[in-house]
Write a protein that binds this ligand. Structure first.
Ligand SMILES: Cc1cc2nc3c(=O)[nH]c(=O)nc-3n(C[C@H](O)[C@H](O)[C@H](O)COP(=O)(O)OP(=O)(O)OC[C@H]3O[C@@H](n4cnc5c(N)ncnc54)[C@H](O)[C@@H]3O)c2cc1C
Length: 370
């Protein structure tokens, strides 16, 4: 959270108020410690939220602008699309934190300081557990509700509501999905990964296709493809193609057993066969009905029970309604000199560096216009 502080004589002093003992704790753990900072394939299509707003924003500060800014500050992310297409990872998340530490060296920081409330009477009064800080302008960059162990709080939403903003329901996203008892066989595969396509309802009319690796876990399923699918999944069914880009009929010939004939891990096929009550036998001996049962692998449909919750979610879907924010300056349309940027807004990206890109783009656009 940032506040440009109120001071009658020297009018442009900036301070940072942060609940943690150091800045950038979320950056530290991101991307497995290597901060997946942006994505080569950046587009508004990778986000939930107002896509026109995003297109305008990325024209102001694109992924190339972000990479240029990082390079200028001695951070050199490289393309590493192993898990998710187009991803740029840093050598270490610490590089990004060091960059911010250097860039904010002369900025007054209130660390271990929790903002509890903000009032306005001609200027802002920011109440913390220790003191009240006065400011002309306040920028809330306090993130969402996910990962509470890193001091996440609802402060941005509370303050936005207090000043008359509407909040789109906040829910965990980029998170694993739990399963109902028909899919408990997933749990027996805990630790196993397979490449799949997932189809999830993005809107009443359209299905979103997400490609990537699915990880079975003791709670259900996770992995990059499920994390991104969780952004779009609300309630109801998702469909998994366990044999993406493959014609299953090509594997249902010959004398091999099913578990050897299908190009999937043996352990997976064996659990799957138990779940559909089919014996592992030679594919040549399968009757039509049994072949049809196997073809479910191309469109395995199920309703997840829920998700792993805010404590495990990488981001928060929903947030402050962007219709009530100036799209160029990020100033509140309800309260002058109050700004909201980053994850607290109702813009949420897929897995792959899209959330940091939005945080940087919104911060740049806001700062440029301050
Ligand atoms: C495990 C994990 C891995 C991730 N990996 C990636 C990745 O590789 N790539 C990617 O694009 N995104 C990733 N994300 C998402 C990304 O970290 C966030 O979307 C991004 O950090 C949002 O930036 P922000 O500045 O809006 O909020 P945050 O980075 O969450 O920062 C908000 C800050 O405000 C502080 N704060 C909150 N409440 C208060 C209060 N009341 N008083 C004072 N301070 C307060 C918090 O301590 C925090 O430091 C990951 C998230 C998690 C949890």
């Amino acid at each position: 959270m940032f506040a440009s502080s109120y001071n009658k004589r020297k009018y442009k002093k900036v301070c940072i108020i942060e609940a943690n003992s150091r800045i950038g704790e979320k950056i530290k753990i991101s991307g497995g410690g290597k901060c997946n900072i942006t994505n080569e394939l950046l587009s508004s299509e990778n986000y939930l939220g107002d896509r026109n707003f995003l297109e305008e924003l990325f024209r102001t500060f694109s992924k190339d602008d972000l990479l240029k800014f990082l390079n200028k500050n001695n951070v050199f992310p490289t393309l590493d699309p192993r898990l998710t297409k187009g991803t740029y990872f840093c050598k270490s998340s610490n590089d990004v934190i060091s960059m911010f530490s250097l860039l904010t060296k002369t900025v007054k920081k209130y660390l271990n300081t929790n903002v509890l409330d903000i009032d306005f009477s001609g200027h802002f009064k920011i109440h913390t557990q220790n003191q009240t800080i006065e400011a002309k302008k306040v920028i809330l960059a306090s993130g969402g509700l996910s990962y509470s162990k890193l001091n996440a709080s609802s402060i941005a939403y509370d303050i936005a509501e207090k000043f008359g903003h509407s909040i789109i329901k906040c829910e965990p996203a980029l998170v694993g999905l739990t399963v109902q008892k028909e899919q408990f066989w997933f749990k027996n595969l805990s630790g196993l990964s397979v490449m799949v396509d997932v189809f999830v309802k993005e809107s009443a009319k359209e299905n979103k296709k997400v490609e990537g690796s699915l990880l079975f876990t003791h709670k259900g399923c996770s992995g990059p493809v499920i994390l991104t699918s969780s952004l779009y999944w609300k309630k109801g069914k998702i469909t998994i193609d366990f044999l993406p880009k493959k014609n299953i009929n090509n594997f249902l010939k010959g004398n091999k057993k099913i578990s050897s004939a299908l190009p999937l891990p043996k352990r997976f096929i064996q659990e799957f066969l138990v779940s559909i009550n089919l014996e592992d036998k030679a594919v040549s001996s399968l009757n039509r009905e049994e072949k049809e049962k196997l073809k479910i692998l191309k469109h395995y449909e199920f309703s997840p029970a829920g998700n792993f919750g805010f404590s495990k979610a990488e981001v928060t879907r929903g947030g402050i309604n962007t219709d009530e924010i100036n799209h160029r300056t990020f100033e509140s349309l309800k309260q002058k000199n109050l700004y909201f940027i980053g994850e607290c807004l109702d813009i949420t990206g897929e897995l792959g560096g899209f959330n940091f890109q939005f945080a940087f783009s919104s911060a740049y656009s806001c700062a440029k216009n301050l």
